[in-house]
Design a protein around this ligand. Structure first.
Ligand code: PEP
Ligand code: MG
Length: 756
């Protein structure tokens, strides 16, 4: 059963659309379970009905036509209970509902399991048997596993037009967002432009051909070039080839010469797809035939076909790279895994939004998008990326939502939000040169988070009083080996000079977890709890010492660097770091008498640091709370995992109590303590942080004006009262709602309304 399951999953993953996905499921399951019927019903939420979407065994004409109101029949029982229903004689069940169109009167055995994705029931997978049949435990387990494993693929296919194609009135799609992770704040509407890695055929999007004849000419030329490549390869290899290899080359040549490949692709181009998309679809269809074969040798041929497809694609790309890529004025850049360089290729004036299937809030692309002020959503695993090119998208970078072909009501709502936001931004610009002081005159310095040199200029423009967190891992990531001391010194110097005399907090290397260096791979089963941040630096003093020397040398004559140690979980890590720092300082003093030991701080981002706050504070000059990690470690929620993203909330009362405890502990020791996680950029959270007595805030550049507005709107005493109210609440949702009302009353509703 496991092998069967794997094959079904593999086939489904290669399916083009919903109909095909479901067809594969019903036919393969029927075969594997030796039943008379296998069907899938999906819930059409707008009509509140279960629709028969695919069947192998019932009357095919019933597909799309049979609809069961929610509450009707055994399908609804499975949906309501969210449990399997196993009946040897279905018609005797009290809720049995006879449907004439399916011709199912004579079926007795029934096994239905719910299809559940992200906690909600999407539909029901059901098998039927003419005779009375009680399905055994293994069969039940198999069907449950199929439904659980394929719910994601079904959800993905549903987004792509799914039920709509059977029911024109259904408004499910376009009015429901696809959930991803908030990457960069803001809202944008525009046209999707899908980019894909040149070596990934499956990622090639469908795209409307602008000149069909030109596409056909390009495809024919690419096909011919690929044929020549194979002949040339065969000739070069010549005698060296074994009989088996020669057979393989012959098979390749035959496949390339197959009239089917050429004809079918050209038919697809004539139907409107561009050459690369048409090629992908043809190759996919051919590979599927082989993948479905029982014979393992023949099944393997699928990979040969894929290889051929890639060869033609490579030639196609060479041919079309001479044509200039056109960017629509409101480009929403979409990709399976967008890179910083892909983003940099789009002219900034055309770039409205960024969407990536993989990645998280903390990916490079998200950080770059934030510093450019471009809304971004990442980790949108349910986005049918190959089918959205050229479609209208709405990107909600606050909530991490994407709407594909948004419904008119959604579009209108977002147009309003976009215009509100424009007004808000204009209003906020006036704040740029005003100080970040509360209404009772307390200055709460506002710093910017940075990681790329490109962050520095916008930070200065937004009136940041310094850099509160310079993530040094980024200059490390964009190189092919560890940067040397002089190279690092130059990078740090640039930032220090740009901000001088304002302070720049340089955090030592914080790799591990989800931040990897391509040249220093770490494979661990549990990376967030593993070798990360300071743990790596202390285990590799030869690398750490270079970084410390580079920072201290960069600071000479400017004296505005501050050093920050990430992922501190014990006092001994601070002491070991301090020993190395003092040693570097002593050594450098011999060469450079002006060199200074910069102020040293530790990140409070692990629960143990909260409980040891005073012991840590006594050993350093300042502290900085990393609320991103603190939230993830307090709540045991991976900050990058979209499945548990609903649990990740810095306003969780447990996190708030930890923050309050850390801040008061640092205060007792007379040490300044700031917050540099994303929480410092959340207007609602900032009121609470002010109430806790935070010494400074460091946030992404785009959120600075809003935060300044909040600081300038409250007195400290007022913020303390609000904090007291919030701390008696037990639930993050309640706290957020309360803070939204506080902001509303203060006339700052727009700050959160736009972002909600
Ligand atoms: C944090 O954890 O809050 C933080 C600022 O550091 P990073 O996001 O780089 O882990
Ligand atoms: Mg962190």
């Amino acid at each position: 059963m496991l092998a069967t399951l794997k094959r079904i999953v593999q086939e489904v993953n290669g399916a083009g659309d919903l109909a095909e996905t479901l067809h594969i499921i019903v036919t393969r399951v029927k075969q594997a379970m030796k039943v008379d019927v296998c069907s899938v019903y999906l819930l059409d939420a707008a009509a509140d009905e279960y629709v028969l979407m695919a069947t192998d065994g019932l009357n095919p004409a019933a597909v799309g036509a049979v609809r069961l109101a929610r509450g009707e029949g055994l399908i609804s029982v499975v949906g309501e209970t969210e449990e399997a229903l196993n009946l040897d004689d279905a018609p005797t069940h009290a809720r049995y509902h006879f449907v004439a169109e399916t011709g199912e009167s004579h079926y007795h055995g029934f096994l239905g399991v719910p299809i559940i994705h992200h906690r909600s029931v999407m539909g029901v997978l059901v098998v039927r048997q003419e005779d009375k049949r009680r399905f055994d435990e293994d069969e039940l387990a198999f069907l449950l596993t199929v439904a659980a494993q394929l719910s994601g693929a079904i959800a993905l296919a549903m987004v792509n037009g799914g039920i709509r194609s059977f029911n024109r009135q259904a408004s499910g799609d376009g009015s429901r967002p696809i959930q991803g992770l908030a990457g960069a704040p803001g809202v944008a509407a525009g046209i999707a432009l899908v980019i894909y890695p040149p070596t990934d055929l499956d990622a090639v999007p469908d795209r409307q051909a602008t000149d069909i004849e030109a596409e056909i000419v390009s495809f024919r030329a690419a096909l011919e070039a690929a044929r020549e490549d194979i002949h040339a390869l065969e000739a070069i290899m010549g005698e060296a080839l074994t009989a088996e290899d020669q057979a393989l080359f012959r098979a390749y040549s035959l496949m390339l010469a197959s009239p089917g490949l050429e004809r079918e692709t050209i038919e697809r181009i004539r139907a409107g797809n561009w050459a690369a998309g048409a090629l992908r679809a043809t190759i996919r269809e051919h590979t599927r035939v082989f993948e479905a074969m029982e014979d393992p040798y023949l099944r393997e041929r699928a990979s040969d076909i894929r290889d051929i497809g890639l060869r033609i694609l490579a030639r196609l790309q060479q041919i079309s790279s001479t044509r200039q890529q056109a960017f629509p004025p409101n480009t929403i850049l979409v990709g399976e895994e967008l890179t910083v360089s892909a983003l940099a290729e789009v002219p900034l004036e055309c770039l409205a939004g960024v969407v990536s299937v993989r990645g998280s809030t903390f990916s490079h692309v998200a950080i770059l998008a934030r510093s450019l002020g471009i809304p971004a959503v990442l980790g949108v695993s349910d986005l049918p990326v190959t089918h959205v090119d050229g479609t209208e998208l709405i990107v909600d970078g606050y909530r991490g939502w994407i709407y594909v072909s948004p419904a008119a009501t959604v579009r209108a709502e977002y147009e309003r939000l976009i215009s509100d936001e424009k007004q808000l931004t204009q209003g906020l610009e006036e704040l740029r040169d005003l100080p970040a002081v509360t209404t009772d005159g307390v200055h709460v310095p506002l710093y910017a988070n940075a990681g790329l040199i490109s962050d520095v200029v916008p930070s200065l423009r937004q009136g940041a009083e310094g850099i509160g967190l310079y993530r040094t891992e980024f200059p490390f990531m964009i190189r092919s080996q560890f940067p040397g001391e002089e190279e690092q010194r130059r990078v740090y110097r640039q930032v220090l000079e740009a901000f001088s005399p304002r302070p720049v907090t340089i955090r030592t290397l914080d790799i591990g977890g989800d931040k990897m260096l391509p040249y220093f791979p770490i494979h661990e089963p549990n990376p967030f709890l593993g070798w990360r941040g300071i743990r790596i630096s202390l285990d590799h003093p030869e690398l750490f010492l270079i970084q410390l020397r580079a920072i201290m040398r960069a600071d000479i004559g400017l004296n505005n660097a501050r050093l920050l140690l990430p992922m501190i979980s014990t006092v001994s890590e601070v002491e070991a770091s301090l020993r190395l720092l003092r040693r570097v300082h002593q050594e450098l003093l011999e060469e450079e008498p002006e060199v200074r030991l910069p102020p040293i701080g530790v990140m409070v981002e692990v629960p143990s640091a909260v409980y040891m706050i005073e012991a840590l504070a006594r050993r350093v000059d300042y502290l900085s709370i990393g609320s991103n990690d603190l939230t993830q470690y307090m709540l045991a929620v991976d900050r990058n995992n979209s499945r548990v993203a609903g649990l990740y909330d810095a306003l969780n009362p447990a996190v708030l109590r930890a923050l309050a405890q850390a801040i008061s502990g640092a205060q007792r020791c007379g040490r300044p303590i700031g917050v540099c996680g994303e929480m410092a950029g959340d207007p609602a959270a900032v009121i609470l942080l002010l109430g806790m007595g935070v010494s400074n805030l460091s946030a992404s550049v785009a959120s600075l004006p809003r935060i300044k507005r909040v600081i300038r709107s409250f007195a400290l005493a007022q913020a303390r009262d609000i904090l007291d109210q919030a701390l008696v609440m037990d639930d993050a949702g309640e706290i957020r709602a309360y803070l939204a009302s506080v902001l509303e009353t203060a006339g700052l509703g727009g700050l959160v309304r736009v972002g909600q």
